[in-house]
Design a protein around this ligand. Structure first.
Ligand SMILES: Cc1cc2nc3c(=O)[nH]c(=O)nc-3n(C[C@H](O)[C@H](O)[C@H](O)COP(=O)(O)O)c2cc1C
Length: 389
């Protein structure tokens, strides 16, 4: 399969992106519902997983939450195809229940010109030096895994569900995946995007409201014009498309899931709710921030990864206010540097440069094990339904 994304050329200088370091496996994440079978199996919500690095634990957690009644997901945005295959095999050894494989389809830029790289790195030089990081001359691509082999792995593995974030797939790629019986869901942050994805053939739309934690999925137009809240966005998208809609953003408990279902959503997708689970790969700084006043002050930040994402208030979000927007490299170049900076700072006990993604529901986050949280959510959902009667 050829790369189905549009080719892009770098339009921005590349400050932080000069460091290309795979410091840690990024957050694994995601979840949601897949309709006919999911609803028939009684799944009203999907969860997002942030497991520890390493094949094995994530499959264990996915299997456990699926058994508890959610659709477990593997966030494979940065996972190599071999690891995707190993994770799926490990999950299938543990459960026959369906799971979701999630990919990012954001365009990956080619290497910015050397001059732009030099100019850009100047913006971060003091921080890099403070934390003992080398200030490199250039960082050659690749900046992210190649999407085409990841899609080949999806086609080989044939998960029940595949979800796409941060962009779109070509009609050919989409129809190949769907032709294999895989349900394809895609995130939309506006009615325009939802209609576009439905037109391409998506099986369902994930309506990502402005409250949502993590990366903003916007791919048509400026993200600042696509910040509609979950309540309004879900209702609008439900009325605009014929395919099922999954609500995402700020949903933290059974009452929230019930509200989303009442708006016409088929299921709910939850991310932040699972960050505090012991299985999540959130480090102690992330967990402490989630439990602190920072949870009341999430903000959209582009400097951490090169794409807008909602994050807990920390040193990086504060710093981003002083970074010239045009000097932020494109996603995912900036992300490499952000992770390198975080790792170096963390080694010195400074946790404030982490990509501490969280939505506006963060103050409601719990610390239960993932499967227990799913059981709890189901019980709260039943209560919410019962109270309505
Ligand atoms: C820590 C974290 C990691 C996330 N990673 C992914 C991801 O890998 N893939 C994806 O499609 N969405 C990801 N998301 C976004 C979720 O899919 C979803 O839109 C969001 O979590 C919903 O809002 P909530 O965080 O308020 O529940 C992530 C969100 C968070 C908080």
């Amino acid at each position: 399969m050829t790369d189905p994304r549009p080719k892009v050329t770098p339009s921005m200088p590349n400050p932080i992106g000069l460091i290309s370091m795979q410091v840690a496996r990024p957050f694994t994440a995601e979840h949601f519902g897949w309709f006919e079978r999911i609803r028939a199996m009684g799944y009203d919500f999907i969860e997002l997983l942030v497991p520890e690095p390493g094949v094995g634990l994530s499959s264990l957690v996915v299997a456990a939450v699926s058994a508890a009644g959610a659709l477990g997901s593997f966030g494979h945005a940065y996972t190599a195809p071999d690891a995707m295959r190993a994770e799926a095999a490990a999950a299938r050894a543990r459960t026959e229940l369906p799971f979701n494989l999630n990919l990012f389809t954001a365009p990956v830029p080619s290497e910015p010109p050397a001059e732009a790289q030099r100019a850009a790195v100047a913006a971060l030089r003091p921080l890099l030096e403070e934390h003992g990081l080398p200030v490199p001359e250039r960082v050659p691509p690749p900046y992210a895994p190649d999407l085409a082999p990841q899609l080949e792995a999806i086609c080989d593995l044939k998960p029940a569900v595949c979800t796409i974030h941060l962009g779109e797939l070509s009609p050919a790629a989409l129809s190949r995946i769907r032709g294999l019986g895989i349900r394809l869901g895609s995130a939309a942050t506006s009615v325009r995007e939802a209609r576009h994805l439905e037109g391409l053939g998506a099986d369902f739309i994930i309506a990502q409201g402005g409250e949502a934690g993590g990366h903003r999925g916007t791919f048509l137009g400026p993200w600042e014009h696509a910040m509609t809240g979950t309540l309004a966005l879900v209702r609008q998208i439900v009325r605009a498309v014929r395919v099922p809609v999954v609500a995402a953003g700020g949903i933290m408990d059974g009452a929230g899931i019930a509200a989303a279902l009442r708006l016409g959503a088929t299921a709910a997708q939850m991310g932040t709710a699972f960050v505090g689970c012991p299985e999540s790969s959130a480090d102690q700084g992330y967990r402490a921030a989630l439990a602190s006043d920072a949870a009341n002050h999430t903000s959209m930040v582009r400097a951490i990864s090169g794409r807008p994402a909602r994050c807990l208030a920390n040193r990086f979000t504060a710093l981003s206010a002083s970074i010239e927007p045009t000097s932020i490299p494109e996603y995912p170049i900036a992300y490499d540097a952000g992770k390198a900076l975080h790792a170096a700072a963390k080694a010195k006990g400074e946790f404030g440069y982490g990509a501490q993604w969280a939505g506006q529901g963060a103050p409601l986050a719990r610390t239960l094990p993932a499967a227990e949280l799913v059981v709890q959510l189901r019980s709260e959902l039943q209560q919410a339904h019962a109270q309505r009667r």
